[in-house]
Design a protein around this ligand. Structure first.
Ligand SMILES: [Zn+2]
Ligand SMILES: [Zn+2]
Length: 426
């Protein structure tokens, strides 16, 4: 505050405040997510914000960037290492394994909430960000891969996004991937131009080189051997099944032979949904199958498939495309009064309106009637209910339609009928 002796405390870097006037945008997207998930019979699951660090070490692999430099890890008073969740899938699988009674399969859930990564600050990247994702655990039917893609596609269509494309690939399974890895290794070993990170990662996990964003690595990746040339018959059949499902349900897709996930528990289907408006950062949703994950977290071998989408990027895309709805009315009726004698009557009116469901408010700064009208107009209130000495004496109230400036004076008992007649849609 100006004039204060102490410096104001600012929010931590990489975080944002969603201020009251902008929250409706988030609610709009969240409501669409909840509605579409319900239609596909995915139920919400809410897992803790922090987990044992080991959960993410075991799932993301100790060599990945997430573990190397991006996790918010701390020790609690008991000396345990805890981590603010950097992603949603591992917590969901952990929760699945802790369901007291074996759940009906497939276990189809979605999550929606904040995740945390220690990103270098840059445009569109936050250290606390919101992710939405779905997971279907317990079936390897290719139609289930198709279902999560269809759900994402449906959601984006419902939000009015156009120009989306589904990019699809298969990265095989533990039986067929070793031969692909070998082919990839010998391809990259024979070439110059990998970045320092990739040279280090190559021997540990050559698939991760295909994920690299460096231009020189991307150029090499374009010509690299493709996982679909190494699929075993079962994986080939599964991949054909996913494509047949998408064709059958009318969801257009393109094959993306270099699209991979670098972690061992990812299997078979990999997909991303891209949007053209965001330039380089055009993935609005990324997902795939992870048939090895449940086992990696200590469960019986259990297949699974899902995706995650960042809400910040989705909202930015909706903004760029002009697809956000107008802000809702905050105050439907502003109650205004002139003179101290009218104030108790105005308060009665205010509370009567609120109790019967109106969004109503009143001035608290002792403004003049003229200033109260100005305030009502700034708040976008379509209606004002006014009382002055005259109205108090006659048991009436003056209703002003802020859009036309017209006023009517009616008995107090007719106030609500009059409000509804003047502005039936508010
Ligand atoms: Zn295979
Ligand atoms: Zn690289």
């Amino acid at each position: 505050m100006a004039g204060s002796a102490k410096a104001a405390i600012q929010r931590p870097r990489g975080t944002q405040d969603v201020l009251p006037g902008a929250v409706y945008v988030w609610e709009y997207v969240e409501n669409a997510i909840r509605e579409v998930c319900r239609r596909y019979h995915y139920l919400e699951v809410r897992t803790p914000i922090f987990e044992h660090t080991e959960l993410f070490e075991r799932t993301t692999g100790e060599t990945t960037d997430i573990v190397e430099k991006q996790m918010y890890t701390f020790r609690d008073r008991g000396g345990r290492s805890l981590t603010l969740r950097p992603e949603g899938t591992a917590p969901v699988v952990r929760a699945y394994l802790e369901v007291p009674e074996r759940p009906l399969l497939p276990w189809k859930v979605f999550y929606l909430g904040p995740m945390f990564r220690h990103e270098r600050p840059q445009a569109g990247r936050f250290r606390q960000f919101v992710q939405f994702g779905v997971e279907a655990i317990g079936a390897d039917d290719p139609a289930l891969d198709g279902e999560v893609i269809a759900l994402a596609d449906d959601l984006f269509a419902r939000l009015g996004l156009e120009g989306l494309s589904v990019h699809l690939n298969s990265i095989g399974c533990p039986r067929c991937r070793p031969s692909y890895r070998e082919a990839l290794l010998s391809y990259f070993r024979g070439r110059e131009g990998l970045c320092a990170d990739c040279r280090r990662r190559l021997e540990v996990n050559p698939l991760r080189v295909l994920d690299c964003k460096e231009a020189s690595c991307r150029a090499l990746a374009e010509e690299a051997p493709r996982p679909t040339d190494f699929l075993c018959p079962e994986c080939r059949e599964h991949f054909d099944g996913v494509q047949a499902f998408l064709r059958h349900t009318g969801i257009p897709f393109v094959l993306a032979p270099t699209l991979v996930r670098g972690l061992d528990y990812y299997t078979r289907t990999v997909f991303e949904i891209m949007h053209g408006a965001l330039g380089a950062q055009n993935t609005v949703c990324a997902g795939g199958r992870y048939d090895g994950l449940v086992e990696q977290l200590g469960g019986d071998p259990t297949p699974g498939v899902g995706f995650a989408a960042g809400l910040e990027r989705l909202i930015t895309t909706l903004e760029l495309e002009g697809r956000l709805p107008p802000p809702p009315t905050e105050v439907q009726v502003m109650v205004a009064y002139a003179g101290n004698a009218a104030r108790p009557v105005a308060l009665d009116i205010l509370y009567r309106l609120r109790r019967s469901g109106w969004q109503a408010d009143i001035d608290y700064l002792g403004r003049s009637l003229r200033a109260q009208m100005k305030q009502a107009s700034r708040l976008g209130a379509p209606l004002v209910a006014m009382v002055g000495e005259d109205e108090v004496a006659s048991g009436e109230v003056t209703v002003r339609d802020m859009r036309t400036g017209e006023q009517v004076r009616v008995p107090l008992e007719e106030l609500e009928v009059t409000l509804r007649r003047i502005a039936p849609t508010t």
